[in-house]
Design a protein around this ligand. Sequence first.
Ligand SMILES: NC(=O)c1ccc[n+]([C@@H]2O[C@H](COP(=O)([O-])OP(=O)(O)OC[C@H]3O[C@@H](n4cnc5c(N)ncnc54)[C@H](OP(=O)(O)O)[C@@H]3O)[C@@H](O)[C@H]2O)c1
Length: 244
Amino acid sequence: MDLAINGRTALVTGGSKGLGFASAEALSCEGAKVAIAARTVETLKKAAQTIDAVPVMADLSNNAGVLSCIEKTREAIGNPDILVINTGGPAPATFADTTPDGWRTATDQLFHFTIEMLTAFLEPMKEKGWGRIVVITSFAAEEPVANLLYSNALRAGIHGLINSIAKEVAGHGVTINGVMPGFIMTDRMAGLGIDLDKAAQSIPAKRLGEPSELGDLVAFLCSERATYINGQAIACDGGLLQGI
Ligand SMILES: NC(=O)c1ccc[n+]([C@@H]2O[C@H](COP(=O)([O-])OP(=O)(O)OC[C@H]3O[C@@H](n4cnc5c(N)ncnc54)[C@H](OP(=O)(O)O)[C@@H]3O)[C@@H](O)[C@H]2O)c1
């Protein structure tokens, strides 16, 4: 199947490793001109070289960093046709561990960051009459995970945002969808202190996912082929979430 995004421009934030990198790689393989944003310069440059992408160094956890990312992206590729919103996950916590500062940090990192990216790039997509947005969230949005309280609470809100925006942009050739990873083997997953063998046994597929399995889904949703898929929360989880 030709995804028909050859020559489209794309920004993938949190794109130097893990799920962001896999998404950027899949888009680049389809001929998109991709920019990837992250903080660590060595990893970022190496990742960009590997997939022939433009590196955009930025810390997306604060307003100045997000504005710098937006400016550098526009200089490098213009306003992107495709936007994949992704970043590092919030700190683990039970409700008893949460603090007002912790809530502010996690909200800036996940929610405000998402809003700022959308504020910058959604309008140009509407004006152009074509755009694809995918937000990488978590299966925690549907099924709260023990000790990931910030993620459980904030991801669900992001899906509310996605659903609302989808209705506003549907008539402008723009789609926005959320992708919910389950347990996919990345550096973050390895560092969460989860018993991964036990996690694998809880998944109907009996294994963790590969980043490329999520990257391929993201590329499809960002393609010409996915014109009629909008406002959805799509899990990539080996059958973990039951849903309907
Ligand atoms: N892996 C899973 O199975 C899974 C499951 C559920 C949800 N998720 C969520 O999916 C997202 C991606 O997870 P992942 O497993 O791919 O993580 P990862 O392997 O740790 O990769 C995170 C990427 O984001 C970048 N990043 C982190 N903080 C950043 C910041 N403040 N500013 C700019 N870039 C930043 C990292 O580069 P630098 O560190 O160099 O900046 C890296 O490129 C996270 O929000 C995670 O919670 C993942």
